[in-house]
Design a protein around this ligand. Structure first.
Ligand code: SAM
Length: 237
């Protein structure tokens, strides 16, 4: 089956709507991703069904569950090959997405793929999250911070919540171990003014359990967070 038909079929199963225009863009994304992946290691998932379900539709599930107002500013922390950030940008031309990653060569590829998809509502930011979160151009500048497969929730909260405006959201995409991570993040969320508002649980076709955790930033956080990398690693909150 062509990737176009896989996306159509599986998105219907998962209850996400995908326009013809978006499918065209995602076809370009998949083609470029596979070609680039032969040169640099972007993803372990290389088959059409895997790319369609585990990358594209998984990213789209965030938009199914989380209401993102028009013209929102979003930062995707540890975007890697652009998930979920570039898929969000392709789906929602009204929003502006910052794709942040510490690995510059991945971001160059993501930038190239975005251009080939014909979208321009994104920018790349090659920095470590904990460094960017201390800079005034990025701190508290975003309505949403998103992240998938970057770090455990208590560490990720320190990476992501500093970017979020007061009353904005950090949206964390997790697998089956979400509840355990939430338990371990109790102190981190308290310290960083994060309040879990919702947790959306679903099975991503045959790929298994997924959880989307929507965390509201209820007040400003002390300027000492995020701490430097070594401290976060040595003493996670
Ligand atoms: N979010 C993508 C996805 O779900 O396919 C990529 C996941 S990949 C496993 C993790 C990415 O996070 C890598 O590209 C890595 O460079 C980036 N990363 C990890 N820690 C980071 C940090 N502290 N600041 C910025 N990027 C980071």
């Amino acid at each position: 089956m062509s990737i176009k038909n896989i996306i159509k079929e599986k998105s219907e199963v998962m209850g996400v709507s995908v326009s013809d225009d978006l499918i065209e863009k995602l076809e370009v994304y998949a083609k470029e991703l596979k070609e680039w992946n032969e040169k640099i290691n972007l993803t372990a998932i290389t088959d059409d069904e895997g790319i369609a379900v585990k990358h594209f539709i998984d990213s789209l599930m965030l938009l199914k569950y989380v209401d993102i107002p028009e013209n929102s500013k979003i930062i995707d922390v540890g975007t890697g090959a652009g998930f979920p950030g570039l898929v969000i940008a392709a789906t929602r031309p009204d929003v502006k997405v910052t794709l942040l990653d510490s690995t510059g060569k991945k971001l160059k590829v993501v930038n190239d793929i975005g251009e080939k998809m014909g979208i321009s509502n994104y920018e790349i930011l090659n920095m470590r999250a904990e460094e960017a979160g201390q800079k005034k151009e990025y701190r508290e500048q975003y309505d949403f911070a998103t992240a998938r497969a970057v770090a455990e929730l208590r560490v990720l909260s320190e990476y992501c919540l500093p970017f979020v405006k007061q009353n904005g959201y950090f949206v964390s995409m997790k697998g089956a171990l979400a509840d355990k991570e939430i338990e371990n993040a109790f102190n981190a969320l308290k310290t960083l003014s994060g309040k879990i508002e919702e947790k959306y649980n679903f099975n991503l076709c045959e790929a298994g359990e997924r959880n989307i955790i929507k965390i509201k930033k209820i007040s400003q956080i002390p300027t000492k967070y995020p701490r430097v990398s070594a401290q976060i690693a040595k003493k996670p909150l």
